[in-house]
Design a protein around this ligand. Sequence first.
Ligand SMILES: NC(=O)c1ccc[n+]([C@@H]2O[C@H](COP(=O)([O-])OP(=O)(O)OC[C@H]3O[C@@H](n4cnc5c(N)ncnc54)[C@H](O)[C@@H]3O)[C@@H](O)[C@H]2O)c1
Ligand SMILES: O=C(O)C(=O)C[C@@H](O)[C@H](O)[C@H](O)COP(=O)(O)O
Ligand SMILES: [Zn+2]
Length: 356
Amino acid sequence: MDTIKSIDYPVFFNDTLTQLVNLIEKGNYSRFFILTDEHTGEHCLPLLQSHLEHLNDKYDVIEVSAGEESKNIDFCSGIWKMLIDFGADRHSLMINLGGGVIGDMGGFAASTYKRGIDFVQVPTTLLSQVDASVGGKTGIDFDNLKNIIGTFTQPKAVFIEPTFLQTLPQRQILSGYAEMLKHGLIQDAVYWNQLKEQGISNGAPAPELIHRSVAIKNNVVVNDPFEKGFRKCLNFGHTVGHAVETYSLQNDDGKHITHGEAVAIGMICEAWLSHKKAGLSAEELSEIATVLNNLYPKYDLDESCYTLLHSLMKTDKKNQNGFVNCTLLNKIGECSIDHICTEEELCDSLRYYATL
Ligand SMILES: NC(=O)c1ccc[n+]([C@@H]2O[C@H](COP(=O)([O-])OP(=O)(O)OC[C@H]3O[C@@H](n4cnc5c(N)ncnc54)[C@H](O)[C@@H]3O)[C@@H](O)[C@H]2O)c1
Ligand SMILES: O=C(O)C(=O)C[C@@H](O)[C@H](O)[C@H](O)COP(=O)(O)O
Ligand SMILES: [Zn+2]
């Protein structure tokens, strides 16, 4: 599969770990650091290390706990502290070996340490391969708000290695599939139909589909890297989705939903808003709601939490002048940005989800 050229860096799909070793050797780095979480440390690090034996004295491993609960300032401080303790200088390289949590937080830690050191993304979840590793959004959650602190900083390269997906639990595969479905909905009706018809059984989607999603996302971010305008299309499903994800993280019942599951709920609600406000037909709304509702577990959101959900939506980064600003679909495969949605409309979209 062809390497994709992003803003000013390559996204590799073939011989990825050899390509990574080439980058390390050519980059003349003083040291490099591999950031993992407890799962990628177990399942992915050994394969990477088998390519690094001749560089054993040039790197250290930094491991954090797994999951969204770690994507915060405390774990980020821990990473900065380890970089200081290991003597990382400005000519160091950070290798983010993990899912979106590691990619976002490792990218943020690297982009701020000594005002910025190089980093690369080695995504190990479907979600991070198709979406999070490309485009340069780095960040952490803070004050119970998703990605509220962060930077736009591009990696030096992205290495998409399909082998890593072999150990990924099916729930996480489905989570990544939600972002792939989003890519179809916003940009490519043929791709949506292909994903919808073949569905997802056991294991990861074909590498060609992963490549297709990266190509769709990349095409958007190269034209609007700082989300001044059309990049907001990649945020379809996230106004409601991030609020639901945050709500689930705050509820200490141990039943946290994944980012993809939350975005799937958000896409149903925002498809309903699209029907009300942006021309999406009733037939296409019904198709989207059926596909997503069948793929993802139902999450209980009763009326008593709507006020909290709306207050979370009011903090969305697309908002301006206090108005909640959504990306909506005009039809499957085409979207438009900057639709102001009222509290009543947003709550009605949650009511629609509850009726399914
Ligand atoms: N920067 C962006 O553009 C962007 C895009 C989409 C999502 N995100 C962010 O990404 C995060 C979600 O990423 P995610 O879904 O990858 O979650 P994650 O990083 O928490 O990974 C999910 C789980 O899978 C485990 N895991 C990772 N790779 C594995 C492997 N190969 N085998 C077995 N287990 C493995 C992890 O340890 C974790 O428990 C969210 O914080 C979201 O906000 C960022
Ligand atoms: O790359 C983008 O732009 C996206 O919006 C992709 C999203 O899938 C992703 O979840 C992103 O992290 C959301 O960004 P945020 O700015 O809404 O925090
Ligand atoms: Zn997302």
